[in-house]
Design a binder for this molecule. Structure first.
Ligand SMILES: Nc1ncnc2c1ncn2[C@@H]1O[C@H](COP(=O)(O)OP(=O)(O)OP(=O)(O)O)[C@@H](O)[C@H]1O
Length: 423
């Protein structure tokens, strides 16, 4: 596979001044009035054809700066960037639009700004108009557009020009759901022959789209790898700051032993990663077949199952909330629930006690494969709580689907369907 984007030891350094006058003072004196700030700090990255790479990171971690350097909007302070193929970027939506011109005129203007000839834009025009689907508004000045219409047009241009490299920075979140779905389908098409770089804070979207996730922090690559792994860690990280996260990682070793020691479930995952405030922990977690009471080795849609777990409480927990998330192989949630959603209020837990609980449910109809279960308990209200313990991938669950279902994640089984022949 050929490499379409090559980023070699790239940095973007800004000079920061405490006062605007300092910049002027510096020109006239030998004294330095600035300090250097690395928005992107010595980053290297290769993206191959056919790859979709997601970039995550907290605000200010350097994501947009990196993308702007890849698209050529910003020049690196040092290092080099080699891009093979035409780029279409949705960085600042409609950045190239002229408000006084009509949508149609802007299509040509934008196409030219993206480096395409008038003839090329003409060939893509029907596809762009159909995709944008803003009807007669295409003849109106874009300054009269609603933000949704703006997004539709900008996206329609960027996507239908058939770029080899598509760069999307958060822009998609603006459009309505049907339009988003349409964009995702098109992005999947582009992905077949090209490369997509995706910046988003929506981990669900990243999980279902990306082959690889790059997690940026302080202008550098903090972590990189498979979406399921990195996104789980990122979500845990975003709930806590780095200091706590580190404390928690060393704490998790202890928890792993607790889990694998207690449980005879073949699903117990010794690589589970946990975090929390230490006021209590899961002592055992098993998936049981409701009828037999035995550990379920594989499950099928419609099976009655129990998520059976015990909690070892260290300190009083006044307002416990229990919850779990079932995720597919890419880390996208399939079921998310907790005692708050299920309208079950729990009695306070006393420190020094062990509590035993079961979630009982009919297992959903999912495609065959491996799924994982995050489990958690917290103290507080749904809106304001502290995580006592959250375990990522506490159980790995193997699903066998007897139906030859090919597409999507799974299906809902309709209730009460009858088949009646009328004639
Ligand atoms: N022109 C500039 N001068 C000085 N600092 C800048 C400039 N542009 C960006 N920065 C700083 O560089 C850092 C990285 O910014 P960047 O916009 O790339 O972050 P980001 O990860 O895209 O953030 P967000 O998620 O909020 O969009 C930030 O601290 C920002 O304040």
């Amino acid at each position: 596979m050929d490499t379409l984007i090559e980023v070699n030891s790239v940095s973007k350094v800004y000079k920061l001044y405490n006062h605007p006058m300092d910049r002027v003072k510096e020109v006239f004196s030998k004294k330095k009035y600035h300090r250097k700030f690395h928005a992107v700090d010595n980053m290297s990255l290769n993206v191959k054809r056919g790859e979709t790479v997601g970039i995550i990171g907290k605000n200010g971690s350097g994501k947009s700066t990196l993308l702007k350097m890849i698209t050529g909007v910003l020049t690196p302070t040092s290092g080099s960037i080699d891009v093979k193929g035409n780029i279409s970027a949705l960085l600042e939506l409609g950045a190239g639009f002229n408000g006084d011109l009509s949508g149609l005129e802007n299509i040509y203007l934008n196409g030219t700004l993206l480096g395409y000839s008038k003839e090329y834009v003409e060939k893509s025009l029907d596809a762009i108009l159909e995709f944008a689907d803003i009807g007669e508004f295409i003849h109106q000045p874009v300054k009269t557009y609603s933000s949704g219409m703006f997004v539709r047009l900008a996206f329609a241009i960027a996507i239908n020009i058939n770029p080899e490299i598509l760069i999307v920075d958060e822009a998609l979140s603006v459009g309505d759901m049907r339009f988003q779905q349409k964009c995702y389908r098109k992005i999947r098409e582009i992905k077949k022959n090209g490369t997509v770089l995706f910046v988003s804070h929506d981990t669900g979207v990243l999980a279902s789209f990306c082959d690889r996730i790059i997690w940026m922090d302080g202008g550098r690559i903090f972590k990189e790898g498979r979406p399921d792994k990195i996104l789980d860690e990122y979500q845990a990280f975003m709930s806590y700051d780095i200091k706590e996260m580190q404390a928690v990682t060393s704490y998790s070793a202890e928890i792993d032993n607790e889990i694998s020691g207690e449980s005879n479930s073949s699903f117990s995952n010794s690589k589970a990663q946990a975090f929390g405030n230490g006021d209590g922990f899961f002592q055992s977690i098993r998936l049981l077949n409701y009828e037999s009471g035995h550990v379920a080795t594989t499950v099928t849609g419609g099976d009655q199952v129990l998520i059976d777990f015990s909690l070892n409480i260290k300190k009083d927990i006044d307002m416990p909330i229990l919850g779990f998330t079932l995720k597919d192989a890419l880390g996208s949630p399939v079921i998310v629930t907790n005692s708050h959603f299920e309208k079950k209020s729990l009695q306070p837990f006393k420190g020094g006690q062990v509590y035993h609980f079961q979630f009982s449910m009919s297992f959903p109809y999912l495609r065959s494969g491996k799924y994982s279960l995050d489990i958690a308990f917290a103290n507080g209200t749904y809106q304001a709580h502290e995580q006592v313990q959250w375990i990522n991938d506490a159980l790995i669950i193997v699903v066998r689907d007897p139906r030859p279902y090919q597409e999507g994640r799974g299906y809902l089984v309709p209730q009460g369907i009858e088949i009646n022949q009328i004639l």
